[in-house]
Design a protein around this ligand. Structure first.
Ligand code: BGC
Length: 445
């Protein structure tokens, strides 16, 4: 039985950390106001931290039918799937394969990354005995900030989530994929739609639920999209006769937040300093690292006295958000901790994850209030991502923010898990485009 105690400064230290990381109801209101200001600027094409990217997609009617392949690239896994839409709101994924994207591919040459994902499609087709001779349509979910110029065209603005593959930023990612598919001999595959994962998630859920008007990802990265009136998208030159369109907010880059020195240190040491402030305070890629930095600080101040801890907590990103989930659920990533140390570690995890959930709650509320000022209607928010799905108490902490803000009206907000919805959503988008005669293009015709 290990009997190490935390120092007598422990309580003082914890209350200081609690204060620094708190998101009070007044802070939430400020987040909402700042979000509205930035959304307005972003839609008008003025400089701000929210990109507010038109997706060229609207919510589906639910009657779209057909089959489509979908390819998903957005993190450490790439997925290929085939989906069937029955025209009655059911999108059934009937085959799916997952591939690990290595760190070398994430950070190497862009061409190699795209050759790899084209190879994933090839392998998927072979595994499922799908003939290479037939023509197929493919929807591409690419979960990074892309300036879309059409349904199947868009340039990567900047990499996020640890990706830095060369020769991709500023390029049309559909063209890069098309070229790679050709190189790998898949000449009968036509890339008909490009979508962000948030958009795919919203579309999947709204295929069967008409009150779904927002999609959120709370996973390795974070982002949201929602349904906007086309008349509000002032920066779009030709608005045509559509009434509404989904906007990919790229809220991970939202910058008007109260940051502390841990956030600033983490940002400085990151691969994309000065960017993705909200993502760095909220998403799964960073929460473990924030916690590690706080614990390391505790150790260096002598508050946390665990032997060998200094070494265990000195390596960047060695403590992961999955470890936090484990701690929050009552488990421990290490065995050699005393009861006091376990308590201290759990406390820090609680503080860091609570801040994340409250910022996410404030941000979701801001978007819902933007669409519906008095919160008169019912709203389903489709959410995907391991942080939301797996972190104990995360959803409850978001809902508490809604309760504080809206009281009983908060019941109008339904948070619905849309697990792996983005791929099927992209397939729905492809079918939607066909019905609505939205043009897609073929580069090598
Ligand atoms: C990307 C978004 C994406 C989000 C969730 C962020 O890093 O910029 O495009 O939607 O991660 O995957």
């Amino acid at each position: 039985m290990i009997n190490r105690k935390v120092s007598s400064d422990y309580d003082k230290f914890i209350s200081k950390v609690e204060k620094i990381f708190s998101v009070t109801p007044a802070d939430v209101k400020k987040i909402i106001d700042n979000f509205h200001q930035e959304m307005r600027r972003g839609l008008a094409g003025r400089g701000c931290s929210l990109k507010m990217i038109p997706s060229f997609v609207d919510r589906p009617a639910g009657s779209e039918a057909g089959r489509c392949l979908a390819l998903d690239l957005g993190g450490t896994n790439s997925r290929v799937l085939a989906a069937r839409l029955d025209g009655k709101g059911n999108a059934r994924v009937f085959a799916v394969s997952k591939f690990v994207v290595s760190a070398a591919l994430m950070r190497g040459a862009g061409e190699a990354l795209f050759d790899f994902i084209a190879g994933c499609v090839r392998e998927f087709l072979a595994k499922n005995r799908i003939s290479l001779r037939k023509k197929y349509q493919l929807a591409f979910t690419f979960s990074f900030p892309v300036e879309q110029t059409g349904l199947a065209a868009g340039k990567l603005i900047i990499w996020t989530k640890g990706f830095s593959a060369s020769g991709v930023e500023g390029k049309d990612v559909v063209r890069l994929l098309d070229d790679a598919l050709w190189r790998s001999g898949l000449k009968n595959i036509e890339v008909v739609a490009l979508a962000n994962d948030t958009v795919g998630t919203l579309v999947t859920k709204s295929y069967s639920d008409r009150s779904c008007d927002m999609g959120v990802i709370l996973g390795t990265g974070t982002n949201a999209c929602y349904v906007e009136k086309v008349s509000n998208i002032l920066k779009m030159k030709s608005r045509g006769n559509r009434r509404s369109m989904i906007i990919n907010m790229e809220w991970g880059n939202f910058s008007k937040l109260r940051r502390c020195h841990v956030d600033r240190e983490l940002d400085r040491a990151s691969g994309n300093p000065g960017r993705q402030y909200l993502e760095k305070m909220v998403s799964g890629m960073y929460l473990g690292e924030i916690t590690r930095r706080v614990v390391f600080h505790m150790i260096s101040k002598g508050v946390f006295l665990g032997e060998g801890f200094e070494r265990a907590y000195s390596e960047e990103y060695s403590f992961r958000t999955e470890d936090m989930s484990l701690v929050a659920a009552g488990g421990m990533p290490q065995r050699d901790l005393s009861a006091d140390e376990r308590k201290a570690l759990k406390k820090i995890c609680d503080i860091v994850s609570l801040r994340s959930a409250r910022i996410a709650g404030g941000a979701i509320a801001a978007v819902l209030l933007w669409m519906d000022k008095e919160l008169r209607k019912r709203h389903t928010v489709a959410i995907d991502g391991s942080l939301f799905e797996k972190y104990p108490g995360f959803e409850k902490n978001i809902k508490n923010v809604f309760r504080e803000l809206f009281g009983r009206r908060s019941k109008k907000i339904k948070l619905e898990m849309a697990k792996d919805g983005s791929g099927a959503g992209a397939a729905v988008i492809a079918a939607w485009a066909q019905i609505n005669h939205i043009s897609t293009r073929r580069l090598h015709a």
